[in-house]
Design a binder for this molecule. Sequence first.
Ligand SMILES: C[S@@+](CC[C@H](N)C(=O)[O-])C[C@H]1O[C@@H](n2cnc3c(N)ncnc32)[C@H](O)[C@@H]1O
Length: 329
Amino acid sequence: MSVLFSVAADSYEWAVREVRGEFGREVRIERVSGDLGRVTGPSVHELAQACDAGRIMFVRHLTTEIGSFEDLPPDYELADLILAELPEYPRALAVQAWTDSAATGGTYYHRIEHALTERGVAVTRSDQEYVVSCFAGRRAVLLGVNRLADSLSDWPGGRMRLARADERVSRSEFKLEEAIATFGLELPAGGKAVDLGASPGGWTRILRQHGQEVWSVDPGELDPRLRGDRRIHHEATTAGRFFAANRLRFDVAVNDMRMDQVLSARMMVDAATHLRRGALAVVTLKGGGKNPLDGARRGLDVLRQQYAVLHARQLHHNRNEITVIAERE
Ligand SMILES: C[S@@+](CC[C@H](N)C(=O)[O-])C[C@H]1O[C@@H](n2cnc3c(N)ncnc32)[C@H](O)[C@@H]1O
């Protein structure tokens, strides 16, 4: 049985290295499309565990392949194929379809939806115990069925779509929202949060939505729309200078500073004495350099001096970077 794994197209090579590092060089891996690969050997559960623990960072979605077709089979056959994979007859399934072109995969979604609803199975786009995945590539249509718990993301191929809204102050906001949703993060009610590299204030805005009072540290400006909020404190300085003078203790620290992985992780280590034990940290370790995998690993090694690393993953909204979730020890 093979597992289909989704990655950012530029990170395919790093994901392959991580999978081989975890499961051995003899594991068979082939590229299916720009951002999709197929691995034969480890089970989806074993892969998901390695991804959840951050040992594999560059994979963002998994599904167990159940078939590869020129086109989807007729309704009855299609439903039989899917239902045969499940331990019991389901009342509802999530169906997620995507393509390697500009098309959304809607046609495939509706064909699978039709085949399943005819057999009395309700279909939604997310939030079910089992997910049917359908990837329509140029050469083949691939079908997968999987427990959501082993999928890493509840979006087609891990491609999370968040609404663009007028109140958004930066594209970076998506990264924090995606991290909170993907890892089910809970921010302490009425907590104090420090936002390092805050300008123009997207992460600050999301932290406020999650009930935090925020100290936004960045020599750069905050968006004028954030100015009236008395629970946002703009510290127009660098992170180093801020901590040199700071007397507060924070419950949450986020860091989206544009900085090399190791320097950014060192700043988090310096920040640790300003955080309470068990404080939540969200850090983007920016790619850069010829080998982002080694860079990320070096950054994580530094972080581990003061934090337990809970997750590390290149999410859909990350560009050349990974997002790390950690807890102050
Ligand atoms: C990608 S932007 C942050 C975007 C922000 N998270 C948002 O959602 O709007 C990176 C920021 O890091 C800031 N930065 C870089 N080095 C810094 C330092 N030493 N201290 C504080 N901020 C720094 C830059 O000024 C820049 O505004």
